[in-house]
Write a new protein. Sequence first.
Length: 701
Amino acid sequence: MADAASERCWPVAFVASATPERQVPVGVTSCCQLPFEDQTPSRQISGAASPAARVVWFWGRFGQITSTMTALAFLARAAGKTGMAKPSRLVKPVALTRIPGRYLAHQESLPKLPVPALKQTCDRYLAALEPIVDSEELQHTKELVDEFQMPGGVGERLQKGLERRAHKANNWLSDWWLQVAYLDYRLPVVIHSSPGVVLPRLEFNDRQGQMRYAAKLIAGVLDFKSMIDNETLPLEYLGGKPLCMNQYYQVLSSCRIPGTKSDSVVNHARNKRPPTHITVVHNYQFFVLDVYNSDCTPLTVDQLYLQLEKIWNSSLQTNKEPIGILTSNHRNSWGKAYHNLIKDKTNKESVRAIQKSIFTVCLDAPMPRVSDEMYRSRAAVQMLHGGGSRWNSGNRWFDKTLQFIIGEDGTCGVIYEHAPAEGPPIVALIDHVVEYTKKSEMVRTPMVPLPMPQKLRFNITPEIKRDIEEAKQNMNIMVHDLDVKVIVFPHFGKNVPKSYKMSPDAFIQVGLQLAYYRMYKRCCATYESASLRMFRLGRTDTIRSASIDSANFVKAMDDSAKQNQEKVTLLEKAVKAHRSYTDIAIRGQAIDRHLLGLKLQAIEDLSALPDIFMDTSYAVANHYNLSTSQVPAKTDCVMCFGPVVPDGYGVCYNPMEQHINFAVSAFNSCADTNAARMAQSLEDALLDMKNLLEQTPKAKL
């Protein structure tokens, strides 16, 4: 746990430095997405869902998990064999002295993820329900929970099963989580799973500027990769405790592979001969670009620029059949199309080249011009989905873990496939690359002839053509349904909450609760990602931001009968409650992954699902109308993602010292949600909370 001083400071320096250690923000630095029970296509429910409708939707969604029992049983058998990616040895170290085996030694020193006590989770579960379900439903749930945790009952049996699994495995949750939350999830990765990152707008507005920046970016990523390859990547610590670094070794040279019922992820960095190429896509055409010389040194910026120019000149016309858009389709549909696509030898070789590449660079055509006020929102949708089949959606391979997007108009960012990693490794890489691109180019490279980048060929059959047309139509439906509003909150940043000795993240989360309550006159289940990287192979758990303390505050805030001092006291309690739950979550003691594990243990045991998981309260608790994530970065960027329920919001934010970047998303198909309204309500809520503190003398600590 971070000490009090570090909690107040909330350091955000993710960028790799010359020192072998770095501190990361407390806990809530993960990314957006939720377990399988929390997501559904926006078209399934129009308008706001009633509790009953949410329950129907939830159990329809839950039915999908029962088909995964075989896979889960396999995972359970393999649980004790969970592997960690070994770094490749492609490039010699250039910064720090290599320490052989440093990565594996670090990983093995980390503790295992604990299994929380059953009674503790049951008690905290009931407390989490209090602000979001009515008293009658809560009483019914209490009875089910009491029955579940009876001595010798089903809860104890499942708990012992989890404890046995935890004893054998490196991490009792990680394999389950990867499979159920991502690989078995069948909605498109576009919007529903893959986050985007919007970088500050660059000043170029032509092809030469685009090519030059792309060359610098590629060189910057390769510079970061050298630290991974040579085990010189600075280790990260939280309050003096080391964090799991495994995700850093998963994001390069990896790709998701579609299946008709479940997907897989392959990491080619583990190969005896790791990949030495990236893929570049321009005008819907894919190219292989070797980025290392024969002596294993990376190409220079000048060399990369010349190679990118060759690619540009070889793809002046837009491909009429955007093969990449197939990756945006429903996973089952894409899985079938994929198996049909790779029947052809040429197609198979081209697809394999994309999958094996270190990462992908997307050279985008300019998007429609918008006002300065709307620019960041437009950039966000370009990162998330490309703008539709008429624009850049075909200029992607959405299964690729890392895609860097560089528009001719200076719009730049990233989209990443979520299965291998959360936000922190991506943001650390981005921070490093952004700093790298700012370096002056002092050395010009002698012009050594380089081979022509290889254009990837695809043989398009009538069936593949139909699959492409279907994917284009479905993409355009998703594009029209997604509503995104990105704002720069200019009034204050981390500075104001810290001046009142409050956690900036907790302050923002209470602001979100107030914003939602003002719009809908009720509290809702709220998800905030918490990092479990204190533990070996740790991923995430849930910080439940809606608490009885936050509910008390939001109900009192606009009550004229309440005095300001009472409101401030309630605000302080709400902020402290959130900070406390954050500490609980990052220590592996939150409720959501434990409950999920108990449920999956029941499914694996082929036993009847306990009533606690069939309860309306459980469905409501997992219907996250607010899905949120703090993703702090050194770069003045913002991450964005879609809502996870039809009547919900996705909210991601990057708190800087003097301002906060917010990305708010909603679905247009829901009449009751509106991203711009939520963004405005959030801005008003934060300002009102600041004014409340300023106007109350005793609050000035």
